[in-house]
Write a protein that binds this ligand. Sequence first.
Ligand code: FNR
Length: 381
Amino acid sequence: MTIITCIEDLRRLAQRRVPRMFYDYADSGSWTESTYRANASDFQTIKLRQRVAVNLENRSLASSMVGQPVAMPVALAPTGLTGMQHADGEILAARAAEKFGIPFTLSTMSICSIEDIAAHTTAPFWFQLYVMKDREFINRLIDRAKAARCGALVLTLDLQVLGQRHKDLRNGLSAPPRLTIPNLINMASKPRWCLGMLGTRRRGFGNIVGHASSVSDMSSLSAWTNQQFDLSLSWRDVEWIKQRWGGKLIIKGIMDAEDARLAVASGADALIVSNHGGRQLDGAQSSIGALPAIVDAVGTQIEVHMDGGIRSGQDVIKALALGAKGVYIGRPFLYGLGAMGEQGVSKCLDIIRNELDLTMAFCGLRDVADVDRKILLPGTY
Ligand code: FNR
């Protein structure tokens, strides 16, 4: 039996169990992957201050994100093709998130649809939207998210153009995978994954069926992206979407204090400091590196969230200490899903929750609301 004690264990198991093209899709960044690596490694230089002989009884991780209660300030990030890491992946991840009392965010580019998630969960989930030229299509997606009672709209602004990931091109990434001889040989060594896929009908892009039924492989996806994603996008469009949606709006993909001020002016409820997990602008700063300046610029006016490179509860507490009201994890839950389905996502969340709780205690705190820069060693952030 494989013993799982940390996120790295889940990553290794996922690598064994998920077909190469989908494992690589998750575990990669754009071009040289320098930003992808920096997202995780920049957490390591930040040092925590250990405190002792403090009352550590009755600790609490409960908090809120955009005014909604969360059992800990950690959400699942929107990730495309999640239903290819494991059959019905988005449904399984949403169920695990619900069990842990945290938000699940469904990507526009998911395999399971908005309606699939609504039918299999009871807690409100969040929906992530890309801005596409076809405003009627955006209108329909917003209406579907409203009908599903989504608790927030996460509007991703950092994908007007698509960063190149070498591995996806080399692997001929497609959903469902094309049955070439190398793919068949690779899939033959992943029997659990294959059995799961045989048992589900959800194998295409659930939210864009009918709109782009021809999108299956990476080259048709990037052609569709180039054709559909709006190169003329402006903050006026963001204001229009906010008005059309009418609920909580979270702007994703802010890496610059100037853009953070524009996000505040757009009337958004929160922004996410994010470089798309190092999958877009290679050479950009890490998210944790960008966080303090953005918190200093707008932290009193808007909720600042962050994602990118979080692989432990220690990383979560460092982001909170630098002013994030909440964080999102992407790859860690994808590894859990690929490794063990819903149980693997639960394992991932259990690991992060325990590490966060114990690290908070080592820093001498009992309530996550009290985490601030004082728990960090000056000069290390
Ligand atoms: C993503 N991300 C992403 N973001 C988004 O807004 N819409 C999307 O469809 C996707 N798709 C996607 C697929 C995969 C496989 C990954 C790994 C990431 C970015 C995601 O929401 C988040 O910003 C990063 O994953 C955070 O970094 P970590 O936690 O993966 O290091």
